[in-house]
Ligand binder design. Structure first.
Ligand SMILES: CCCCCCCCCCC/C=C/C(=O)SCCNC(=O)CCNC(=O)[C@H](O)C(C)(C)COP(=O)(O)OP(=O)(O)OC[C@H]1O[C@@H](n2cnc3c(N)ncnc32)[C@H](O)[C@@H]1OP(=O)(O)O
Length: 289
């Protein structure tokens, strides 16, 4: 891959207890919806989702996320933090327009890219953390739970709300959720399509910490990643793999079947109708604001 390396100084003088540092921006020429930077001092990479207005995950954004993750691993970064350039939305989840009245080849590529992104993030060798600085419904929650650590800002929402749209959270969405939330809480919440407030999410273990600002959230993620500084990275990665291999193998072996189930469900006229109504509701709400 053709990686452009630019060196960009970032003054951290406004952030207490931090020495001046630099970040390298590694970005592919086609990167449109993401910013990817590596802090030269800590070796930690930050992937910022930047697809206004709500960072909905379309094929291009998913592809860029995969490229960033690959860059972080290839460059032997100490860890990866995922966050958002928006002040109110981490990501609104999958781009509903990819699934509403879709084109055959595009929707297949879209779902396949989502499967790949999830497997690569969930199984990543390096420590991963989510600085959730906004709402994180459905696919947003999927990304957060694929990471090893989550910190969230107050008064936002997170959860798997698919049933409210008339769609179903696939098993692999649920499996990562079950890593952090007790089974009974998960079953009730996901069948109801419940979105947890930040405080509720913290209470059930869906997020590990709550802080007030994005800077504090990034610092918490850095602290989490830094906690592995005395751990052999190879031993760490193999240990992580032992915890996650079952879900990864399950999806890898069922990829084609998972795709067909997805297509079968979203192409049902009743599902298309429900999605259309949901999208219309979002648009009406957006116009009122
Ligand atoms: C047996 C097993 C079978 C398994 C089969 C699998 C089946 C399929 C599985 C699919 C899994 C799906 C996962 C998903 O992620 S679906 C997406 C779910 N996301 C949501 O429900 C969130 C919707 N959005 C919101 O609630 C709000 O936008 C949000 C709180 C995130 C932000 O609010 P805000 O007020 O800031 O912004 P607006 O609502 O005004 O939105 C601005 C514009 O963005 C559009 N929008 C919002 N979300 C989406 C989206 N997810 N996709 C596309 N577009 C979105 C919204 O319509 C506004 O557009 P306009 O400006 O044009 O009006």
């Amino acid at each position: 891959m053709n990686i452009i390396r630019t060196v960009r100084s970032v003054a951290f003088s406004s952030i207490p207890n931090r020495t001046l540092s630099t970040t390298r921006s590694l970005s592919t020429p086609s990167a449109q919806y993401t910013a990817f930077e590596v802090n030269d001092k800590t070796g930690i990479a930050t992937l910022t989702l930047n697809r206004p207005p709500v960072n909905s995950l379309n094929l291009e954004l998913l592809t860029e996320m995969r490229n960033c993750l690959k860059d972080a691993e290839t460059n032997k970064c100490k860890g990866l933090i995922i966050t958002s350039s928006s002040n109110s939305v981490f990501t609104a989840g999958l781009d509903l327009l990819e699934m509403y009245q879709p084109q055959d080849e595009r929707v297949k590529s879209f779902w396949t890219a989502l499967q790949s992104m999830w497997m690569e993030l969930y199984g990543s060798k390096i420590p991963t953390a989510a600085a959730i600085n906004g709402h994180a419904p459905a696919g947003g929650c999927l990304i957060a739970t694929a990471c090893e650590y989550r910190v969230m800002l107050p008064n936002f929402t997170i959860g798997l709300n698919e049933t409210l749209i008339g769609i179903v959270a696939p098993k692999w969405f649920v499996s990562a959720f079950l890593n952090v939330v007790p089974r009974r809480v998960a079953e009730q919440a996901i069948t109801q399509g419940k979105l947890f407030t930040t405080a509720e999410a913290h209470n059930v273990g869906l997020v590990d910490d709550v802080v007030n600002t994005k800077e504090e959230a990034i610092a918490k993620c850095e602290q989490f990643i830094g906690s592995f500084k005395n751990v052999n990275p190879y031993a760490r990665a193999l240990t992580k793999q032992q915890f996650r291999i079952k879900e990864l193998q399950e999806l890898e072996q069922q990829r084609e079947k998972d795709l067909q189930i997805f297509l079968g469900l979203i192409m049902q006229p009743s599902v298309q109708k429900a999605m259309g109504i949901y999208l219309e509701g979002l648009k009406k709400k957006s116009k009122k604001q």
